[in-house]
Design a protein around this ligand. Structure first.
Ligand SMILES: NC(=O)c1ccc[n+]([C@@H]2O[C@H](COP(=O)([O-])OP(=O)(O)OC[C@H]3O[C@@H](n4cnc5c(N)ncnc54)[C@H](O)[C@@H]3O)[C@@H](O)[C@H]2O)c1
Length: 252
């Protein structure tokens, strides 16, 4: 059999139960990786892992809540114990929602920050010693909302901008030590995530139109393609990059 891009590589995918996380997990596994499917939706993560093993690949799964620092640490420990190391961490789990800034609650703001930026920080921190050993890499899923302001998405935009700042800082801090950290910024993508996007009744439609440049959405596989390329050795000189997959939405 021909050598594949991720033969002998160990990958953690958060958000592996659905959407881009599931598409990425399936793609990594199809190209030889041992994949750990982690998601707060335990049943969905198990389904993704089952799909991989049924197809002859290698996968494990666990219930994982990225908002728990303790679970971030134990996830990495479990993966390293089961698979003998860690090569790639994909921070894909995410949470959105739309609300007028004046209506944003403390509870929702803090939850979005915990899932979209605090979790990726603590999971990356736990993974770093192993990634330094394997000369591995991290792929973070940010958003076009990490690059430009989007009305009625204050918590989401702030969290995704923060993830880009974290990505660049980590890339500088660890680039000379042989590991890479990059971020991908999808635009609207056809997943269950978009179901949470209902805008306030009295919203300014002109502001919404600014964020809906395209008539159609990307598919999860369109994003998984870039996740896997970025994580592969083909991208060995790409570090600290913020890569858009949005059909040109933030081009101007
Ligand atoms: N779909 C879009 O239009 C779009 C656009 C830009 C960026 N994104 C980002 O893409 C990423 C993937 O989203 P998707 O579109 O595939 O949506 P999705 O809803 O299909 O997948 C998100 C996954 O994250 C999991 N998750 C949520 N909270 C979690 C937690 N506390 N711990 C662990 N897992 C948790 C969910 O269970 C789900 O499986 C997210 O980070 C999202 O912000 C999505």
């Amino acid at each position: 059999m021909n050598q594949q891009r991720f033969d002998n590589k160990v990958v953690i995918v958060t958000g592996a139960a659905s959407g881009m996380g599931k598409a990425s997990a399936l793609r990594f596994a199809a190209e030889g990786a041992k994949v750990w499917c982690a998601d707060v939706n335990a049943e969905g993560a198990a389904d993704t892992a089952k799909e991989i093993t049924t197809a002859g690949g290698t996968a494990r799964n666990s219930h994982f809540d990225v908002t728990s620092v303790e679970l971030c640490q134990s996830l990495v420990a479990d993966v390293v114990e089961a698979f003998g190391g860690l090569d790639i961490l994909c921070n894909i789990a995410g949470l959105g929602g739309t609300t007028a800034m004046a209506e944003e609650t403390e509870q929702h703001w803090k939850l979005v920050m915990d899932v979209n930026i605090n979790g990726p920080f603590f999971l990356s921190q736990a993974a770093l010693p192993h990634l330094l050993a394997s000369k591995g890499n991290i792929v973070n899923i940010s958003s076009t909302a990490g690059l430009i302001g989007q009305a009625y998405m204050s918590s989401y935009c702030a969290s995704k901008h923060a993830l880009i700042g974290l990505t660049k800082t980590m890339a500088l801090e660890f680039g000379r030590k042989g590991i890479r950290i990059n971020a991908i910024c999808p635009g609207g993508t056809n997943t269950q995530f978009l179901a949470g996007f209902t805008f306030p009744d009295d919203c300014d439609e002109d502001l919404l139109l600014r964020a809906s440049f395209l008539a159609e959405f990307a598919e999860a596989d369109d994003i998984a393609n870039l996740v896997c390329f970025t994580a592969s050795d083909e991208a060995k000189f790409i570090n600290g990059a913020i890569l858009s997959v949005d059909g040109g939405m933030v081009a101007g």
